[in-house]
Design a protein around this ligand. Structure first.
Ligand code: FMN
Length: 360
């Protein structure tokens, strides 16, 4: 039986923790309602709709991160959350309901890392492949079977070549380019005032400032860039980023069901926090992984580069030694990296904006 709900101040703290979750391009696709007993996690389709993500898979991964954040933050308040997923996954509506009982899960030790976790797109300082954090990362993934985390060398030539080609797709697909740039903010100030999206300097660290977001968004810019050395440069940049890592990690699942990505998202956040705790930076690489997953499920539009994604599947299977029934979901690069300065973190919507109190 669920206990009477926690105090509103605690619920606000829990929602504050959930809002720190990573989301694709920092689109933050969830809001929350609280009726005194149940916290509902509500999907907002307009924030997540993308032609290359027709089934809202990135929102499902974020939902997993949200639930894991709630689990960790609730433990710090002596609470155990119980999650009920809404199998219908309405485009606009509740995706999960959360009730709380008194108890402990031992997850609170990770709570201090929730606000310090971030996406680090800088080159890393390598790191030993034998570092004990990798055993902790595997333990995190194993909490959510049939999710697993696999590891590969960041120097593996076939994987580097595929990742570089996948990165260049950004310039060759109008929808991919336009939909990602929608969330690109010209400066940290603009991102802070909108409380979402990714500032240019965080998305492309080291890029000359003259290369403004307005220029990238100008009509016809993609076509010009696609014919310029930009796709090659992007491939080179991603190769450099990957090679600077201690290891590449791949989150996988054996589940092909509709909700399969939610536990992958939970494992993603757990692994990310463990790596943050150990002083490792983390960057997801969706183009070389999530699009391969979409291809496997037949979820990509007909105009997409299916041949490259099929080839990528073979590459990922070989590099990460996957079982035949294992589906790759999300590639992460990780390596030693000093934490980002607080001002460089992506902003979030506020609890007041995202939490609605409803009558019991
Ligand atoms: C499902 C998913 C896919 C992502 N894919 C990428 C990616 O391909 N490249 C990248 O640089 N960041 C990627 N990110 C990181 C997000 O851009 C980042 O989480 C968001 O901007 C919030 O920033 P933060 O992680 O620093 O809090 C991804 C995040 C999620 C949850």
């Amino acid at each position: 039986m669920s206990a009477p709900g926690p105090a509103l101040s605690v619920v606000r703290a829990l929602v504050g923790a959930a809002l720190q979750s990573p989301s694709a391009e920092n689109n933050q696709p969830f809001v929350y309602t609280w009726d005194g007993e149940t916290l509902a996690v509500i999907h907002q389709a307009h924030r997540a709709r993308k032609s290359l993500d027709p089934r809202f898979h990135t929102s499902m991964l974020t939902l997993g991160c949200v639930l894991e954040s709630l689990d960790i933050a609730a433990d710090a308040h002596g609470l155990r959350p119980m999650f009920t997923l809404n199998h219908g996954l309405p485009e606009d509506g509740p995706w999960a309901e959360v009730t709380f009982e008194r108890g402990t899960s031992g997850r609170a030790a990770l709570a201090p890392w929730l606000p310090r976790r971030s996406t680090d797109r800088r080159p890393f300082g390598g790191g030993p492949a034998s570092h004990p954090v990798f055993a902790r990362v595997e333990a995190e993934a194993s909490r959510h079977p049939p999710v697993a985390v696999r590891r590969a060398s960041p120097q593996e030539p076939e994987l580097l070549a595929f990742s570089a080609r996948a990165e260049a797709l950004f310039f060759h697909h109008e929808a991919l380019y336009r939909e990602a740039l929608h969330w690109l903010r010209s400066s940290a100030r603009e991102a802070r005032s909108r409380r979402d999206g990714v500032p240019l300097e965080a998305a492309l660290p080291g890029l000359p400032t003259a290369f403004g977001a307005a220029l990238l968004k100008a009509p016809g810019a993609r076509e010009v860039l696609a014919r310029s050395p930009a796709p090659w440069v992007a491939g080179r940049l991603v190769t450099r980023q990957l090679r600077s890592s201690a290891a590449l990690l791949l989150l996988t699942t054996r589940d092909r069901g509709d909700l399969a990505l939610v536990p992958v998202g939970r494992a993603l956040l757990g692994c990310w926090l463990r790596l943050t705790e150990a002083g490792f930076g983390v960057q997801p690489h969706s183009l070389a992984s999530l699009f391969v997953y979409e291809e496997m499920l037949g979820a990509l539009p007909s105009y997409f580069d299916h041949g490259l994604m099929q080839q990528g599947l073979g590459t990922l299977r070989r590099a990460f030694d996957l079982d035949p029934e294992e589906l790759p979901v999300l590639l992460l690069r990780t390596g030693l990296s000093p934490s980002l300065p607080p001002g460089a973190r992506t902003p979030r919507r506020t609890v007041d904006e995202c939490l609605t109190l409803t009558a019991v």
